[in-house]
Design a protein. Structure first.
Length: 386
């Protein structure tokens, strides 16, 4: 009765079962996996946000497949502040980056076509690909005094069915940015093999050093490659419930025009983006600066505390992180990551095992850095004395 594409193993894994038992028993828990900013004590301008959603113009339905012009103009201004000139006609508004991926997969891939995806990276990609009948093929990221793309392995992974390369900038969960020379190399490879680049930039604004890393939305250098840069206010403004994201299409004019036209038809088929949220987008994006200052202050403080505690507990070490909201710890590889996470759960701390993000070896844990300081400090103290 059901499609093969949804034939997932829906049974809970050992860690999920252990977590459910822990919570059902009412035991104390410090959850170091929390990634929802609306649950972490950040201060929002509630009046400004609610007033923006009360726009009377939202009562009139005048759909635009690419997204309302007012929303696309706000997105273009966001990039202009980063020094990137983006035309409103090259923007397609979506409800989420997940939907953006779905649109681009449908645009580029026939059933069983392949898209290269980094490992480690976020596990949601597997479900998005399955739903769109796309096969994911991993290319490795290697850690050697910082994270970098293994370009030899990436090129070896390309087959006649490969249609695109996903790059997460900065990566989730490793927190490293794709460097300028890597962007140039990636474009060179993709141009030679006629592949598109799908760039996930939801954490782009959260550089630890306060810099503004280059966006894939910018045409930088030669060769020019069909590129889909994705982002949204879920992370940029800390407003995941508002459901506004986007795709910026860049590349050779002929390919870009063709891609935008096809995306417009896909988007017109669904018309999924809420009118009120689109009308409010200028104000919602306007809130991002205050939120980002709070977030970066929180992340830096938690990272400093993590380093302070790690200096007293050399069993674990922290891998370098340049941006985003997460940190990766490396510890003993004597047990599986799942076993380590379950042992920590018994002590009242929840973490993500590295295997959840396709780390190639055991001994890795992934922590969120956005919890309030006192909660985060207590969780780290418990984790490191295990």
């Amino acid at each position: 009765m059901f499609a093969d594409r949804t034939n997932w193993n829906l049974a809970p894994n050992r860690l999920s079962e252990a977590l459910a038992r822990h919570r059902a028993a009412g035991k104390p828990l410090i959850d170091l996996t929390v990634s929802n900013p609306t649950e972490c004590g950040f201060v929002y301008d509630e009046q400004a946000i609610l007033d923006a959603l009360r726009n009377p113009a939202a009562l009139k339905y005048e759909p635009d497949p690419k997204g309302l012009l007012v929303a696309r103009q706000a997105i273009a201004r966001y990039y202009a502040e980063r020094g990137v000139n983006v035309a409103t006609d090259d923007i397609v508004v979506t409800t989420s980056t997940s939907e953006a991926y779905s649109f681009v997969f449908r645009l580029l891939c026939n059933p069983a076509d392949e898209v290269l995806v980094p490992a480690p990276s976020y596990p949601l990609f597997g479900f998005l690909a399955d739903i769109q009948d796309v096969k994911l093929v991993h290319y490795p990221l290697i850690y050697d005094h910082g994270w970098q793309i293994d370009f030899h392995s990436l090129e070896q992974a390309v087959t006649p069915r490969t249609r695109a390369v996903i790059v997460v900038h900065p990566n989730n969960p490793t927190g490293h940015f794709t460097k300028g020379h890597e962007i140039a190399k990636l474009k060179e490879i993709c141009a030679s093999k006629e592949l598109a680049i799908i760039a996930d930039e939801v954490f782009l604004d959260f550089a630890m050093d306060g810099s503004r890393p280059e966006s894939f939305a910018a045409s930088a250098g030669i060769p020019d490659v069909l590129t889909f840069a994705m982002s949204g206010i879920s992370k940029i403004a800390g407003l995941p419930q508002m459901k506004v994201a986007w795709i910026v299409v860049d590349g050779p004019e002929r390919l870009k025009t063709n891609a935008v036209g096809r995306l417009e038809v896909i988007a017109d088929t669904y018309l999924s983006v809420n009118t009120a949220a689109q009308m409010a987008l200028p104000a919602l994006l306007g809130q991002r600066h205050a939120f980002q200052r709070q977030m970066l202050d929180r992340v830096r403080a938690n990272l400093n505390e993590l380093d302070r505690q790690l200096s007293k507990h050399p069993t674990f070490s922290r891998l370098g992180v340049e941006g985003g909201w997460y940190s990766v710890l490396r510890g003993p590889a004597t047990d599986s990551d799942d076993d380590l996470a379950i042992n920590l759960l018994h002590q009242g701390v929840s973490v993500h095992p590295g295997g959840y993000y396709d780390f190639a070896a055991n001994g890795y844990l992934v922590l969120s850095l956005i919890l309030p300081g006192h909660t985060f400090f207590g969780g780290i103290s418990t984790l490191l004395v295990l």
